[in-house]
Design a protein around this ligand. Sequence first.
Ligand code: AP5
Length: 209
Amino acid sequence: MPRIVFVGPPGSGKGTQAAILAKAQGLAHLSTGDLLREAVAAGTPRGQQARSYMEAGRLVPDDLVLQILSERIAAPDAQHGFVLDGYPRNLAQAEALARITPLDAVIAFELSFPELEARLSGRRVCPVCHTVYNIVTKPPATPGVCDREGATLVQRPDDQPAAIRTRLSVYAEETAPLLRYYQDRRLLRTLDARGSAPDVAARLARLLR
Ligand code: AP5
């Protein structure tokens, strides 16, 4: 039962690759970012608490994210293996995760700062089905319109330049120390996240063999 964690800076392609890998291997895709955005959109108390942190590009408080993750990881589809994308993001979260589940591999996504910025500023999302596009690398057939839903694509509030800068510095300060943590536990494998999504997916599959 593969239990895989993706760690990487914002825009490095974790969500894109988690979706591909989960589909290919029949794993559950657990994304704390998606779960939090759903809570915000639904206007739940947790969503209301998380909203301002997310829009500013800061981390949502650990206890709130842990509650959301604990519920999701206990769901039936996660009992046959999962790809966890976006958790943990600091050492306290890594220790909380170790108390919930053992892990088989932690994949560290690597991409240069200019490429991260370009991918994030080009991202557009369907507000209905949440399909992720990119105006440069994955444009919809009709500019600005979702291929599936016909809805007008939107930009995530945290893909504005100021929030992008905050997210990248939060990653460097709080999340990057996890690489050493998982290296010490012999779980870390490094993924070169450059190139097209299918190229990265092929590289990832080789890394997990
Ligand atoms: P989250 O949603 O997890 O955001 P993130 O980690 O910043 O990652 P992104 O979703 O921005 O990027 P990605 O690496 O998934 O890239 P993607 O595949 O989309 O978290 C959002 C917020 O929620 C946080 O800031 C925080 O506030 C809160 N949060 C979440 N988890 C938390 C936690 N554990 N604790 C506390 N707070 C938490 O790709 C990006 C773009 O590039 C897309 O347009 C895509 O089409 C394109 N692209 C992808 N791959 C390629 C490729 N190979 N070539 C070209 N383009 C590509």
